[in-house]
Design a protein around this ligand. Structure first.
Ligand SMILES: [Fe+2]
Ligand SMILES: [Fe+2]
Length: 307
């Protein structure tokens, strides 16, 4: 049964260390057992898989809790002073992509929700205590090529900006991170190719697209752990300045700081994608175009964390 498995990034499987679940590979129509629980994926085998273009491996849904605990304990290496910063950056980013890929389901249960919270705490701590942490995450990420990748990058940028902007409330930071992971989930409802240039959208498609923030909030509204503050952030992530965004044209300056952070960081990552620029190159042209939509102090914070 296809539903019995879920994908995880190969990079989140730590080589030469016993795993706590069974691992499967997907062949065209079926899953084959690859590594047993309590056995190791040797580094050489992992490299070979990567060289064959394998990016994802599969785990049984029943093992999801074991995998999340494994992922969370793996993030302890972010504190390991012997590990180089580039490896830490890619571990942090890959674990966020995996979280984005599975967020809707993970956040259904209390234990999944709590593990996600711990993951954010560890990534936040890495970002606020280690010099060059964000750069290493962004270097591992490159330019966002799909929704999950984008969600992971927006999430780590939000956490970095929140830390530098002086946000201290852990709950507020966690809710910002969650909202960032889920912010574009409403796009899953769109039945057309929304990656095409805006000029090629029909008026009906434009209308549907502009409702994706509210669609996303509506899709998540019944989930037990997604509270109204998270929904509010998701619904307003495309709002800009004094009523210059969509769908409600709210004045972003009158909203909590977290709203501005998510909107700014989201617009920034989309800009990097559209212009095919790496973050450090994009900061000046982005603010020439969008500077009036955000607090000057936040703009400086984004510039500081990126350079
Ligand atoms: Fe969006
Ligand atoms: Fe987005």
């Amino acid at each position: 049964m296809l539903d019995d498995f879920f994908p995880v990034r190969l990079n989140t499987i730590r080589p030469d260390e016993a795993i706590t679940f069974d691992l499967y590979l997907k062949l065209t129509t079926r899953y084959v057992h690859y590594i047993h629980c309590n056995e190791e994926l040797e580094g050489e085998r992992q490299k070979k898989l990567k060289s064959h273009g394998v990016r994802k491996v599969f785990i049984k849904t029943a093992d999801e809790d074991a995998y999340l605990s494994y992922l969370e304990s793996g993030l302890s290496v972010l504190k390991n002073s012997n590990l180089d910063i580039a490896s830490k950056g890619s571990i942090a980013h890959d674990s966020l992509i995996t979280a984005a890929e599975n967020a809707e389901r993970i956040l259904e249960t209390e234990s999944g929700f709590n593990k996600q919270k711990k993951q954010f705490e560890k990534v936040s701590e890495f970002l606020s205590t280690e010099k060059g942490a964000l750069k290493s995450i962004l270097a591992s990420a490159g330019v966002s090529m799909d929704n999950n990748h984008h969600a992971a990058t927006v999430s780590s940028l939000c956490l970095a900006v929140a830390a530098k902007a002086g946000l201290e409330d852990k709950t507020e930071i966690f809710e910002l991170g969650i909202a960032a992971l889920l912010h574009d989930i409403g796009k899953n409802r769109l039945k057309f190719n929304y990656m095409k240039p805006w000029a090629e959208f029909t008026p009906a498609e434009q209308k549907q697209y502009k409702n994706h923030p509210q669609d996303g909030a509506d899709m998540l509204a019944g989930k037990p752990y997604i509270n109204p503050r998270i929904l509010g952030l998701i619904a307003a992530h495309e709002e800009k300045g004094e009523g210059r965004g969509y769908p409600e044209k709210v004045n972003l300056f009158k909203k909590p700081l977290t709203y501005q952070i998510l909107s700014m960081v989201n617009a920034f990552d989309h800009f990097c994608f559209e212009e095919n620029l790496l973050a450090a190159q994009a900061i000046d042209p982005f603010f020439e175009k969008n500077g009036q939509f955000y607090d000057e102090s936040l703009i400086s914070v984004l510039a500081t964390v990126l350079t």
